[in-house]
Ligand binder design. Sequence first.
Ligand code: IPE
Ligand code: IPE
Ligand code: MG
Length: 251
Amino acid sequence: MFFLFKKKKKSSRVSIDKEMPKHIAIIMDGNGRWAKEKNLPRAMGHKAGVETIREVVKECNRLGIKYLTLYAFSTENWVRPQEEINSLMKLLVEYLKNEIEELHKNNVVVNHIGDISKLPQKCQTELINAYNKTKNNTGVVMNLALNYGGRDEIVHAVKKLLKDYEKGNIKLTDINEKSFSNYLYTAGMPDPDLIIRPSGEKRVSNFLLWQCAYSEFWYANIYWPDFTVEDLHKAIQDYQKRDRRFGGVKE
Ligand code: IPE
Ligand code: IPE
Ligand code: MG
């Protein structure tokens, strides 16, 4: 149904001979405005956004991207009308139920980041089942960021670290940037190389605050349901032209 509204665009493709980002993170924004423009309820925008997820995951996998983090529900999104929250949670369960076989077949690891203990029990169960089913896959790791907030993640990490400190598992002198990052939800994963935010907003909205220290940002005036594989290619092509210096100087 919803794909009828989507635009089809054609443009050049990225060259996989050039350096590819290992980790792409996306703030999937603009579902509500997409629906509003079409006089549809916001829930329809979220539903259309799922179609985009399907295509983007497939393409990242094809391109050999190792990690894809998708911001799906923030720690701040609880202030939305309860009806919208319910429809988002329902959509998550439907998505996992309907797509898990295909994702598994495509070798995708379905992981999650964020404090999922605050999500409805059904969502938690589906997320855990999806992870257990796919954890040994070797394709792209899709991190669904749910009840995720960068500040919340850091506080959560500090608490975990202090517990280890109290137990004597870690000494003060062992605490550094590298060891600290192992207490984050993204433990063991590289920081995002590229952060994409469609919808026209140019802000970080509490996403991957620790991890984005040296990420490249790509913004576009496209609502997430209209975001295509070609837009993904454009973002990666742009990324490949960036001069990442990490504070150093070019020879
Ligand atoms: C992003 O789309 C999805 C979530 C935050 C869950 P929005 O719902 O924020 O869409 P806009 O920004 O209102 O258009
Ligand atoms: C960020 O989008 C969160 C997600 C995409 C899940 P928001 O729509 O919640 O962000 P703000 O409120 O515009 O900053
Ligand atoms: Mg938004």
